[in-house]
Design a protein around this ligand. Structure first.
Ligand SMILES: Nc1ncnc2c1ncn2[C@@H]1O[C@H](COP(=O)(O)OP(=O)(O)OP(=O)(O)O)[C@@H](O)[C@H]1O
Length: 343
């Protein structure tokens, strides 16, 4: 079985704007795959190429082995899309909108009715089936967008910020529905700005920026790329920051009786830090370790990409890191500064 999505060297330019710039990405069948990137990174353009709303200007794009242009119908029939925008026919009862959608995909009428009812039940708005889209509340509109994506029983469900602006309860409800779908075998491609959403739901996350892939990893692997902060509380004020000798330590700062140590894996440096503090005459009383969040790593990685691209920005990042990254050895210093700034 080919992967759910395979794109190679994918390009899309809108005049001078290079929205996709040689994107390579593979989404395995059955995965719950997150697509993260700052505004304008090219996420929506990528999705629009897959569903045939936008014509690529270069490269290849396949959905379950169907070329999105040469085998358009095969690719499109495999995808259920819940877009960011509410692009819904507002004048019909929502159940009818679903019948029409199923009809476009060649699903016979009786089956379309069954599927529409099933999709509305699944997202919890079956009792609203006779209501026009316009008359639904904002949360119900979001539920409906998911129902509409599901009515063709897609193998690949693409969700473009499905929980943007919804309350916590609805967000959790939607998470449950899409997690169940994934457990039943549906491949999910999710774009989101909520890092917590990606962390909770996704098996793998791709970070893209300026139309290119920055990295693909599991959420755990990504958070491991960041550095943690170990805080050691001592019996009395520490004075000047002691020189701690350990190559895993990136930075040391002192605040009263607390010493904060930034390290690639803070839990591993605890024994060495405590030993050195005691040797320097301090009495450690308590410790605390704060792990890097996926959000910090995300900001870090995308800024690094932006810094490499834009001359002006790269100068700024370099001067930032020179100012605040004392003790750093050059490479990645600016990244750590960025991660800290995002806290
Ligand atoms: N129809 C269009 N015409 C011209 N430029 C466009 C068009 N659509 C998108 N762009 C540009 O292409 C780039 C990528 O946009 P895209 O909407 O794909 O990013 P995104 O990652 O989905 O952003 P967001 O998170 O804000 O939705 C941006 O610079 C955007 O301004």
């Amino acid at each position: 079985m080919p992967p759910a999505i395979r794109v190679e060297g994918l390009e899309k330019d809108y005049g001078d704007v290079q929205a996709l710039d040689g994107l390579d990405l593979t989404v395995p069948e059955g995965s719950f795959f997150g697509l993260l990137g700052p505004n304008g990174a090219g996420k929506t353009t990528f999705i629009n190429v897959l569903v045939g709303l936008v014509r690529k200007t270069g490269g290849r794009a396949e959905v379950f082995g169907n070329d999105v242009e040469e085998d358009y119908q095969g690719a499109r029939d495999a995808i259920g899309l819940a877009p960011q925008e509410f692009n819904v026919d507002r004048f019909f009862p929502i159940e009818e909108v679903l019948h029409h959608k199923a009809g476009y995909h060649g699903i016979p009428e009786a089956e379309a009715e069954e599927r529409a009812a099933e999709a509305l039940k699944r997202v919890g708005i079956y009792d609203k089936r006779d209501v026009r889209f316009d008359w639904l509340s904002g949360g119900m509109k979001r539920r409906f967008m998911l129902a509409r994506a599901l009515v063709t029983d897609p193998d690949l469900l693409i969700l473009d910020e499905p929980t943007a602006g919804v309350d916590v309860e609805l967000r959790h409800d939607l998470w449950e529905v899409i997690t169940d779908l994934n457990d039943e075998g549906t491949t999910i491609l999710l774009t989101t700005h909520y890092i917590e959403e990606a962390e909770r739901l996704c098996d793998e996350v791709a970070i893209i920026d300026s139309g290119r892939k920055v990295t693909v990893a599991t959420p755990d692997e990504l958070t491991e790329k960041g550095s943690d902060t170990l805080t050691v509380y001592c019996e009395s004020a520490i004075g000047d920051a002691p020189a701690l000798d350990d190559e895993r330590i990136e930075r040391v700062a002192v605040e009263g009786d607390a010493i904060r140590v930034r390290a690639t894996s803070a839990s591993e440096v605890v024994p060495s830090v405590l030993r050195q503090l005691e040797a320097a005459g301090h009495t450690p009383l308590d410790i605390d370790i704060e792990r890097t969040s996926l959000e910090e790593v995300f900001v870090d990685l995308t800024r690094r990409e932006a810094g490499a691209d834009a001359d002006a920005e790269s100068h700024e990042a370099a001067s930032d890191s020179a100012e605040t990254g004392d003790g750093d050895d050059g490479e990645g210093a600016g990244d750590r500064v960025t991660a800290e700034a995002s806290r």
